[in-house]
Design a protein around this ligand. Structure first.
Ligand code: ADP
Ligand code: ZN
Length: 725
């Protein structure tokens, strides 16, 4: 027998199957989807079994597989198929696709670390022998005491027993050691919390059918109780003996929603997200592989969870950009969810208060089934939203806080209610310039100004992570004339404390949540009212449920609005509506203050009116006119290289090739410089393809992908349905 194996190297030139002979001692042991160790050239490396066959079409002597790496790790048929789908639909190598699906502790590469943890117990080996021993050696008091405890409790934990005594008991063949797998995350709920659905929730719940593939779009305003509907759907799914995946966009949300899920399903739940330690992720993955859990809650890559008998996939906040991976492979979790929905013939539920235009358009065309929740649960009302014109405020020298926002903050502090402030920029100052010579600190590797972080006194590139210490003097002219411009969350924190000296403020952004468990801690501390005000980046905007928050302030609504991108209006609408939705989620009325230099902008006004439908119609009009999704599909191609001239030349050749080989109705734009021209010392040109239907597209893209494998000057990044161009 033979095995077709792909090897651990992700480079495109090795993207092919290699055939190996299965040695006799491994016959019957090796299965499709297993990780194996194989000879390769003069090395020994890891590979992954794609097929087992009795045919050998080569006529040279084959090498043999050396061993199976981990017998417990076998990707099932569905996951094998998903890997192929990811590779085909994103043009990545097969091994890259499978690697993406596995948690880091199980990836196809050398592992130095052993992640398995065990608890060790002592058990009696032979009761009669022990009783005899006790009778015979009455003076050995300590030993007898231990033996009696084990007899009484059946087993005891080994680490509490003196090792000398343990040794004697073992030598006398009285006891044995039992190893039990120990999971790092172990949630035991003492009692499960069940809620009754409201009538509106019940109606939505009843529309979802479990015996067929169908994608549903649950469009429910913030606070309408979507989470509770998800829980009831999953409950039903478990009742019919199946399992469920629930995706959430942010790590912070995973912990909040996971807690609600532990309350509902106890330790039937596994969680998967990038803030877990490698060991925790390994453990959670094993629980899923071994069918020890039925529900998986996690971020993007949890869509690959190896659950058997999958019964439903739910994606909360389906419009979140975090569901699209922005490096290779550039897959979208929604597409994988729908693939799994069809594969298993089960429902897929996409939920949001601000559905993506793509999903809403599909629902309007009845490709998806639309479910609506138009009211908040209980007595909670939609918050009142005020728009403040910052141009007028600037004349009053209110650079950061408008009068209205200041008044409202004071009022809520007085009433002991809580406040959230959104500023979608981290750091202290976003750029530093010398007023003497005009010098600006820029990243040496990218075409980007460095952001000043006061806490660490560092200048940081938010794109590549480059850091340098900040000085007092201008590095160019040596004058003491450096000025700090732009507002980041760090500075906002300082300013709010100046304004309200007694206020208790907590900041949540990438910088304050770097350490493990910080997300959870900030959220629970704020929920328990250890702080009056939570401020942060878009991390504070989605999904969080704090009943005592009655005011949300948006410091600068224009940061996302002004990004030159076809989705910036949609992103802004979603961000503002979501953050507004954090206010007034219980009995107290919520208020929202949005500060902007564009008070007449339609996006901001649709947010004020809480009118998604109006925004949707207007935005769809623009998309149609400008030939953007959902009317057209996009492919973004980046041509990347170290030499600007040569790279540009390659980009032009590529454009020529595409224009000549794609369908006549397909539009090929560019090459232009990418949004960030220089990144990590490489120049990036961009070509955009717009098409409605093009039967040649995939094969043409595969061809150019192959052509560039041997190009020494430039390489390609092909992105299907890019979220940013
Ligand atoms: P959404 O996800 O739509 O923003 P949530 O699911 O967070 O809304 O629900 C908003 C609030 O209403 C939460 O505090 C939740 O506990 C509460 N809630 C939702 N459904 C019910 C219900 N059927 N009975 C009681 N409380 C509910
Ligand atoms: Zn950089």
């Amino acid at each position: 027998m033979f095995a077709n194996v792909i090897v651990e190297y992700g480079v495109k030139s090795l993207n092919q199957k290699f055939i190996y002979k299965i040695p006799n001692n491994l016959l019957g042991k090796i299965k499709v989807g297993m990780k194996v160790y194989v000879p390769f050239g003069s090395q020994e490396i890891f590979g992954f079994v794609l097929e087992i066959t009795d045919k050998n079409n080569t006529d040279y002597a084959l090498k043999e597989i050396i061993r199976v790496d981990n017998e417990n790790l076998v990707l099932n048929e569905e996951l094998m198929a998903i890997g192929k789908y990811v590779a085909d639909s994103t043009l990545c190598t097969l091994i890259t696709a499978y690697q993406t699906m596995l948690p880091s502790g199980l990836k196809i590469k050398k592992q130095i670390h052993k992640y398995d943890l065990y608890d060790e117990y002592i058990k009696i080996k032979n009761t009669n022998k022990v009783l005899e021993y006790i009778e015979k050696h009455k003076n050995r008091k300590k030993q007898i005491e231990i033996l009696k405890t084990i007899l009484k409790n059946q087993k005891i934990i080994k680490k509490n027993v003196n090792s000398a005594i343990l040794k004697i008991l073992q030598e006398n063949d009285l006891i044995e050691i039992e190893k039990v797998k120990h999971y790092r995350i172990n949630k035991l709920s003492d009692k499960l919390i069940k809620r009754e659905l409201t009538d509106d929730q019940k109606k939505v719940f009843a529309r979802v059918k479990f015996d067929n593939y169908r994608t549903y779009l649950l469009y429910g305003i913030t606070g309408s109780g979507k989470t509770e509907v998800y829980i009831k759907l999953i409950e039903k799914c478990l009742k019919i003996g199946k399992t469920a995946i629930m995706l959430v966009p942010e790590i912070g949300l995973t912990t909040q929603i996971a807690n609600r899920f532990y309350e509902a399903f106890g330790n039937d739940v596994a969680i998967l997200h990038s803030a877990l330690s490698q060991g925790e992720r390994y453990d959670e993955y094993l629980k899923i592989m071994n069918n020890e859990v039925k529900v998986v809650v996690g971020t993007r890559s949890a869509i690959f969870a190896p659950l058997n008998k999958l019964g439903i996939v739910i994606i909360d906040e389906e419009d979140s950009n975090s569901y699209k991976q922005d490096n290779n492979p550039r897959y979208h979790a929604r597409d994988i969810a729908i693939y799994r929905g069809k594969y298993n013939n089960i429902p897929v539920v996409l939920g949001s208060a601000t559905p993506s235009l793509e999903s809403k358009a599909r629902a309007d065309k009845q490709v998806y089934e639309l479910l609506r929740l138009d009211k908040r649960v209980g007595n909670a009302k939609i918050p009142d939203i005020y728009i403040v014109d910052m141009e007028k405020e600037m004349k009053k020298r209110n650079n950061i806080f408008s009068d209205l926002l200041k008044d409202k903050i004071a009022e809520k502090l007085n009433k002991k209610e809580q406040i959230i402030l959104l500023l979608n920029r981290r750091g202290f100052a976003t750029f530093i310039t010398c007023s003497n010579c005009g010098y600006t600190y820029k990243c040496p590797n990218c075409d980007i100004t460095l952001t000043y972080h006061k806490t660490t006194n560092n200048l940081i590139c938010h794109y590549c992570g480059f850091q340098q210490k900040s000085g007092i003097l201008c590095p160019k002219c040596g004058e003491k004339a450096l000025n700090y411009y732009g507002l980041g969350t760090e500075k906002l924190e300082e300013k709010i404390k100046e304004l309200f000296p007694n206020i208790r403020v907590i900041r949540m952004d990438q910088d304050t949540t770097r350490n493990k468990g910080m997300h959870e801690k900030i959220i629970s501390d704020f929920k328990n009212h250890k702080y009056d005000l939570l401020l942060g980046t878009q991390m504070v905007s989605k999904g969080l449920d704090f009943p005592n928050v009655s005011l949300v302030g948006v410091i600068n609504a224009d940061t996302t609005l002004n990004i030159p991108d076809y989705r910036s209006s949609e992103n802004t609408y979603s961000l503002l509506s979501q953050v507004a939705g954090r206010a007034g989620r219980s009995n107290i009325l919520g208020e929202v203050v949005i500060q902007t230099f564009n008070p007449d902008n339609y996006v901001i006004n649709c947010v004020k009116e809480n009118n998604y439908d109006k925004f949707y119609i207007k935005e769809m009009g623009f998309r149609k006119k400008l030939k953007y999704p959902p009317y057209y599909y996009l492919v973004g191609i980046k041509i990347v290289g170290k030499n600007y001239e040569k790279n540009l030349e390659n980009a032009k050749k590529l454009k020529y090739y595409l224009s000549n080989n794609l369908n006549k109705d397909t539009i090929v734009l560019g090459p232009t410089t990418a949004a960030i021209l220089k990144f990590k010392n490489e120049y990036r040109m961009q070509i955009i393809i717009k098409y409605k239907y093009d039967d040649k597209l995939l094969s043409v893209l595969k061809d150019i992908d192959k052509l560039f494998i041997d190009n020494k000057e430039s390489y390609l990044e092909i992105d299907f349905n890019p979220l940013r161009i």
